[in-house]
Design a protein around this ligand. Structure first.
Ligand SMILES: CC(C)(COP(=O)(O)OP(=O)(O)OC[C@H]1O[C@@H](n2cnc3c(N)ncnc32)[C@H](O)[C@@H]1OP(=O)(O)O)[C@@H](O)C(=O)NCCC(=O)NCCS
Length: 156
């Protein structure tokens, strides 16, 4: 992922917001809310990293990204100042085909060069929870219906 992926990343941020079955989708401008925008705003900071999944025509289908959100900037999945928070989404029509697992595995491998662990926040009823558990994320806390999970990384 590069700063050139910024506009797709905003779309992914929107797509990453969990909508329980039967609920109306969020308004598009929900991603401008400071608590949400901070995961993507001015993408390209020194510590920012991520991957975009593309099809054979270079069309982006999904993304996974990490951002270190420290102190007063801390996000929903905050663990400590050394642990970046993860965002992930796949375009709706491509979900359930292994793309998310592929993105996440690749990121876990690459992030081990820079961090001891990564974290995320997931709604307790989001099916994505199973994917995270499969890939080694462990629950480290709960807050208002969301679970904070951490994945320890082994140096390569
Ligand atoms: C979560 C997500 C990135 C996974 O990517 P994916 O390509 O669909 O995942 P894969 O095909 O590799 O793996 C399937 C797993 O993804 C999860 N998943 C599948 N469809 C999903 C959906 N519509 N919504 C949420 N998670 C889903 C499940 O955990 C599933 O595992 P299971 O088969 O054991 O239930 C993707 O489904 C998505 O964008 N979901 C909506 C946004 C979201 O919930 N983001 C995470 C916020 S914490």
């Amino acid at each position: 992922m590069t700063p050139a992926d910024q506009s797709f990343l905003w779309e992914m941020l929107y797509q990453s917001l969990y909508v329980p079955q039967g609920n109306a989708p969020f308004e598009r401008d929900v991603v401008k809310h400071p608590d949400i925008a901070k995961y993507v705003k001015e993408w390209g900071r020194e510590d920012d990293s991520g991957f975009v999944a593309i099809d054979e025509n270079n069309r982006p289908l999904g993304a996974v990204w990490l951002r270190l959100l420290k102190d007063e900037e801390r996000g929903f999945g905050y663990v400590d100042n050394r642990t970046p928070e993860l965002g992930i989404a796949v375009l709706p029509e491509y979900r359930g085909k292994g793309i998310g697992a592929g993105l996440l595995s690749r990121l876990i491998e690459a992030a081990a060069d820079s961090y001891e662990s990564i974290s995320l926040s997931v709604a307790a009823e989001n099916p994505a929870l199973r994917l995270y558990q499969r890939l080694g994320f462990k629950e480290v806390g709960r807050c208002a219906g969301s679970i904070t999970m951490r994945r320890k990384l082994e140096p390569r």
